[in-house]
Design a protein. Structure first.
Length: 565
């Protein structure tokens, strides 16, 4: 058998100088030659795998095939052994087992697998990074599946509600003990999976024969488990107890809240229960579960837009409005703006419903409508608290809008959000709430519309040529049609979507002297939009096209998130 160095050299994967240098380094190291060449950046891991395949006759295995590993076959190799040796059992045929390995020359490991399984070993080669990730996820799923099966096996058709007066659900590293009720186990597993995947919502939906549990990852729902329909009442009852709702009431919608405590943070959960023909559907909104990046430079702004946004948030007074639908990242952008301007010299106060993230050094007030603490009531009190900067979670009514405007006109900086389709329609919405045009024009500094689009998985992407119909749907300019376009390749690590993570697209309308005059004159939405575009405003659709051309997202995402200009 040829040595790996000779094979790499013959196939022009490395140079002779690189090989000689690596051989010298190997004398002072216990590492294998191929590993040293990769560390020295003379060789890619992909080409090393090709070299191993030529040397041993083993075939490379794709990331997607790794995640297709049979759960029953994977369990033949203990998890500790698999992690230590970086090996994953994929499938089994008569008398043989197929395993994925990084180093197909590791004969002691191959012999150990042969003894563990009493099967001959066929080897496929995979990269170290992909193997490590796949082993963690697949064995994690095996554990989770076993716990779900165990919990479901203890469910009796006659099982009633879990009688438990626990006020806060603690999700630590410890596992639920076997004597705990099965519904407690299932609910904990659902919540743990949702938090692990940084999801924003959990949907528990009954159908005729089963319960579908889906979590929202990067704005899209993904199914994670399907407990039997006879588990529904127990799961819903457990969630009602945790959120202090009426267990006996099954005919009317109910809304509540609960807290989850993990080893890292405390998560506020909003619970909504809706009766359907097959039973009660539950939706849980997890606030503070995701990885919050409170840095304006990480939120998808182009350099020009970031400069404009920073300029206006650092003004001493006026109003900054961000618009967009629920889940468009408005709160994250506002929090990042507060972090940007925060200093010991200013008093920042927020009025929110709910407080999604707790910010160090900032006074945050949580609304409680049930005891009369609403936006307008809280704002009247805050005016006596000597604030410099005020964040109002949302301007919903005329009274809140009136207080916000007067506050901004008396030398204070106000941040808030409004539900509107784009930046020009945000101005129309504020006027519709009853703010007089002469007041709105005087106080408004900047309006920004925002949407979130999923980003292409950087580790699994390919270039392609879109059809003319796709390009026409977005009205992509002729000069840009020869650019490189990319799309994600679906696999298990990106939940078979081709996307991983999200980024924001922005439409920024600066309220300059000309714009103020239009507002004073009660101009309509179209007039405001045309004037803003002449002043350099990039629409949401145009901002989305910029993200496509930069390779961050694809055509389908921009079509999903924006409308035609």
């Amino acid at each position: 058998m040829k040595r790996i160095g000779e094979i790499l050299l013959e196939n022009n994967f490395i140079s002779l100088n690189a090989l000689n240098e690596a051989i010298l380094n190997q004398k002072e190291s216990e590492k294998k030659l191929g590993e040293i060449l990769v560390e020295m950046k003379y060789l890619t891991e992909e080409n090393l795998l090709k070299g191993y395949a030529i040397q041993t006759g083993s075939k490379p295995i794709s990331e997607n095939d790794l995640y297709q590993a049979s759960r029953e076959v994977t369990k033949l190799i203990p998890e500790d052994f698999a992690k230590e040796k970086n090996v994953l059992a994929i499938s089994k045929s008569e008398g043989a087992i197929l395993v994925a390995m990084y180093d197909p020359e590791d004969m002691p490991t191959i012999d150990a697998i042969r003894k563990l399984t009493n099967l001959e070993v066929d080897v496929a080669v995979a990269s170290k990074r992909l193997l490590t990730e796949a082993i963690d996820k697949i064995y994690g799923k095996i554990k989770q599946f076993g716990e779900v099966e165990s919990a479901i096996s203890n469910i009796d058709d006659s099982s009633g509600a879990v009688q438990d007066n626990q006020e806060k659900l603690v999700l630590g590293s410890e596992k639920v003990s076997s004597e705990d009720a099965p519904f407690v186990k299932i609910v904990n597993l659902i919540l743990e999976e949702a938090i692990k995947e940084d999801s924003s919502d959990i949907h528990i939906e009954p159908s005729k024969n089963e319960v579908s549990v889906r979590i929202r990852i990067d704005g899209v729902l993904v199914k994670i488990m399907s407990p039997p329909i006879n588990s529904l009442n127990g799961i819903v009852s457990r969630l009602k107890i945790l959120s202090k709702l009426d267990i006996a009431e099954k005919r009317l919608p109910q809304d509540g809240r609960m807290k989850i405590e993990t080893s890292e943070r405390e998560i506020d959960v909003r619970v909504s229960i809706l009766p359907t023909v097959h039973g009660e559907k539950v939706v849980l909104r997890l606030l503070g579960s995701g990885k919050l990046s409170l840095n304006l430079s990480n939120l998808g702004f182009s350099d020009k837009k970031l400069s404009v946004f920073k300029k206006w948030i650092k003004q001493p007074y006026g109003m900054i409005i961000i618009s967009g639908p629920t889940g468009s990242g408005k709160s994250t952008t506002l929090y990042a703006a507060l972090k940007e301007i925060h200093s010991e010299g200013i008093n920042i106060t927020t009025v929110e419903d709910p407080v999604e993230y707790q910010l160090q050094g900032i006074n945050q007030v949580q609304m409680h409508d049930e005891i009369g603490l609403n936006f307008s009531g809280a704002l009247r009190s805050i005016l006596r608290q000597d604030p410099d900067v005020l964040l109002i979670g949302e301007i919903r009514d005329e009274e809140t809008a009136d207080i916000a405007v007067k506050f901004s006109l008396t030398g204070h900086l106000v941040f808030s959000t409004v539900h509107a389709n784009d930046a020009p329609s945000t101005i129309a919405r504020l006027l519709d709430l009853g703010i007089p045009p002469f007041l709105l024009g005087s106080c408004l500094n900047l309006v920004m519309a925002q949407r979130l689009v999923r980003t292409i998985d950087e580790n699994s992407k390919e270039s392609y040529k879109p059809s003319n119909e796709e390009l026409d749907l977005l009205s992509i300019p002729s000069a840009s049609r020869s650019s490189d376009f990319y799309r994600g390749i679906p696999n298990q690590s990106n939940h078979n979507t081709g996307y991983k993570g999200r980024t924001a697209i922005h439409e920024i309308l600066e309220v300059n002297t000309n714009m103020k005059q239009l507002i004073f004159e009660d101009a309509n939405q179209n007039q405001i939009k045309e004037a803003a575009k002449k002043s350099g405003m990039t629409t949401l659709r145009e901002a989305g096209i910029e993200k496509i051309l930069s390779g961050k997202t694809d055509i389908n995402e921009v079509l999903r998130a924006t409308v035609e200009d």
